[in-house]
Design a binder for this molecule. Structure first.
Ligand SMILES: [Zn+2]
Ligand SMILES: [Zn+2]
Length: 460
């Protein structure tokens, strides 16, 4: 009998369509069902073709970012009636993200004429939601998401707050005396709204761990608080000149963190009251943050972002017609300035203008438009769209580090604390995974450290 078998179903590995299969004596479980944010159609999906229809016992979601939830409806069509376990916060956000994903896929379909797009529709999401199970933190559940009476259930699932975004969780799976812990995306440190992770610290047999920032050393003496001060000073200086500031952000997580930082700056009178513009998806997600503030672990629980920051909500057309010269802050998604998004459209006006300020606050793929602008030399040109003319880059640019992912040293010390027999490294580029491999070999010589290749089953 196989006690535990793991298969990475992420197509092409790296950070993309995150999805993992765990075979247990009680049945097979899928962990996350993401969509690759920069690919389209079949290429953006996990390797669901490896799964037998109707044979998966349960799916467990760690959080509602697109790279973890985007293909869930597809999996649910294939595995009809399968329960999907997630926290209530993840469920609320997943609903918004998936409906938005249908709109994005429909637009791609019009432009690219793909055969297999959209991969699912609004109706599919509504049907899929009937099988979603809302799971509390810190309570052992069975594979149906019901409270476990541990003696009768051979497998238990427990969610632990991951401190990454609203609803995010790591998940402990215990089966036949073996323990398996999946970090999901995690942050151990407090952000402005999000409180740091609260993970179990007892020894574990297998640790499945994200490695996003393995290749991102921080400068000597870096603290989030100091970075917040540097950001506040930069925002104040630009506004004092009467300039406007554009901040490309992800609609989920980073937008709410930036809104809370700006609220603090205004309250502490570091900046004057300033109009703030956000996009439609960002405002919907922010409303979920507000409505759940009493039910989730977070800082500033009484801060209602939509009420107290009261941003202007801008659509694509508004962004085309807005004049960035007036003193204002534009926190527009996406964080990578992906083509067709608000931040990409707006950047075409901001980039050539030497009186404008552009502040980056999070991760961007080096090959994305935001990645290109981050490394561009002032006075050169940048290609923001695949077909349009390059845009000259004259505006002010500043880069700040407010990651929602754990710093690599924190992940390393967590792994050392729980002393796993096996560590599986995922959710990172090659150099990030290599750094963790080296450090873990040195710190835990008895531990097997693997970067599981896609599609290959590993007996644990
Ligand atoms: Zn995430
Ligand atoms: Zn992720």
């Amino acid at each position: 009998m196989i006690l535990m078998r793991f298969t990475n179903l992420t197509r092409g590995a790296g950070i993309g369509s995150n999805c993992y299969r765990l075979d247990l004596p009680e049945g097979s479980v899928i962990l996350d069902a993401g969509m690759h944010p920069e690919r389209v159609g079949h290429d953006a999906t996990p390797m669901f073709e490896e799964l037998e229809p109707g044979r998966i016992r349960s799916t467990i979601l760690t959080h509602a970012h697109q790279d973890h939830v985007g293909c869930l409806p597809l999996l649910q069509i294939q595995q009809h009636g399968m329960p999907v376990l997630m926290t209530p916060g993840t469920a609320r956000i997943a609903e918004v993200m998936l409906h938005n994903s249908v709109n994005v896929m429909t637009r791609q379909q019009e432009e690219l004429k793909l055969k297999d797009n959209p991969l699912y529709g609004h109706k599919t999401i509504e049907q899929a939601q009937r099988s979603w199970r809302y799971c509390p933190l810190e309570r052992p559940l069975d594979l149906d998401g019901q409270r476990s009476s541990s003696d009768s259930d051979s497998t238990t699932v427990t969610f632990h707050d991951a401190g990454h975004i609203l609803g995010s969780a790591g998940v402990m799976i215990r089966s036949e005396g073996k323990s398996f812990f999946y970090t999901g995306d995690v942050n151990f440190e407090d952000q402005t709204i999000q409180t740091g992770a609260s993970f179990p610290e007892e020894p574990v047999d297998v640790l499945l761990m994200e490695t996003t920032r393995g290749d991102a050393p921080l400068p000597e003496g870096f603290t989030r608080l100091k970075e917040e001060e540097r950001f506040a000073k930069a925002v104040a200086a630009a506004l004092q000149e009467g300039a406007s500031i554009t901040i490309p952000v992800f609609a989920l997580g980073k937008t709410q963190e930036v809104m809370a930082m700006l609220w603090k700056m205004q309250r502490e009178r570091i900046i004057p009251p300033t109009p703030l513009y956000v996009g439609g998806l960002s405002s919907k997600i922010t409303a979920v943050y507000d409505s759940m503030s009493a039910q989730v672990p977070r800082n500033l629980p009484n801060l209602s972002l939509m009420r107290d920051v009261s941003p202007y909500v801008a659509g694509g057309r508004d962004i085309e017609s807005l004049n960035p010269r007036k003193r204002a802050i534009y926190a527009l998604s996406s964080g990578m300035m992906t083509e067709h998004t608000l931040s990409n459209i707006f950047a075409r006006k901001v980039l050539p203008d030497s009186s404008q300020y552009l502040y980056f606050v999070g991760y961007a793929d080096p090959k994305s438009p935001a990645g290109e602008v981050r490394k561009a030399v002032q006075g050169s040109t940048v290609q923001l769209t695949s077909e349009g003319a390059p845009v000259s880059f004259n505006c002010h640019r500043e880069i700040f580090t407010f990651s929602a992912h754990a710093r690599r040293e924190d992940l390393l010390s967590y792994a050392i604390k729980v002393r796993p027999k096996t560590i599986l490294l995922v959710h990172g580029d090659d150099p990030a995974i290599e750094w963790f491999k080296r450090e873990l070999y040195a710190a835990l010589p008895g531990t097997k450290v693997l970067a599981p290749p896609p599609g290959q089953a590993i007996e644990l």
